[in-house]
Design a protein around this ligand. Sequence first.
Ligand SMILES: C[S@@+](CC[C@H](N)C(=O)[O-])C[C@H]1O[C@@H](n2cnc3c(N)ncnc32)[C@H](O)[C@@H]1O
Length: 265
Amino acid sequence: MKPRTLAANARRNANGGVRRMWRWRATRAAAWALLERHVEPGATVAVVGAGNGHDLPLRRLGRRAGRLDLIDLDPIALRGTGRRLRLTGVRATTITQDVTGGVAELIVRDAVAQRPVRALPAPQTIGAPPYDVVIADQFFSQLLYPALSDSRLPPKAVNTVLRAHGQGLTNAVVAGLVAAAPGGVVICIEDVLGWWPGRDQPFAIEEVLASDTPMPLIERGKSARGANGRAALALAGAEVVEHAFWRWPFAGGTDYLVCATVARA
Ligand SMILES: C[S@@+](CC[C@H](N)C(=O)[O-])C[C@H]1O[C@@H](n2cnc3c(N)ncnc32)[C@H](O)[C@@H]1O
């Protein structure tokens, strides 16, 4: 049987569509404004959660980097992204890897079978380290939620699993990212808050983007459960260098606030 975590993420990636490339152009520009300050020419760079490669400026990143590794659970999305980059003259190595080392899958299987969850998250070797820069590309919220949401578990049970196991898993994954960039930089790009019909926040996305102190506002919002990369970076002992924020216009009527945290490993 295909792992549930792979099936759920691959299904969402397959629905991606090239229109996103156009819709998300400002998102890539905002990401580049940050990345170009932290990726030195010739750097060895890993992008984890690269998927369809629509939300990050991979072409510019590939031209700047000496080596670009694209890592994802979904080999089909990765293959398409690698092929598209090659057509523009950019070489990237694609690495199919579940960065939880199978633990997300075990958690989901136990939860769906309604047995106690037995898996213990542990940091994995990510890609082919060492890297100068490791970028986590909006995937913490996707480690458990898609597979749980596609199962027959009721929403309350899904939330219980996320609350019990999500953050421990995110902490282990982030520890692996930090270990993959010894002396380098880890950039956690997170979809911290979402707005869509029926999902309101106590403030508008424009307020956060215009604020000089967005963090306290963000803490007041309704975020994805068990997917806090900022907390995981602190736990891993990484030193925060800067934060940046931008809008991710995911689909018509759905916006996410992106928070990127740059930290020294
Ligand atoms: C929301 S997408 C990120 C957006 C993507 N970069 C794009 O532009 O389409 C999250 C990605 O994380 C990947 N992912 C989810 N769980 C993973 C895991 N355990 N290991 C590696 N990648 C994972 C998914 O396959 C998906 O491609």
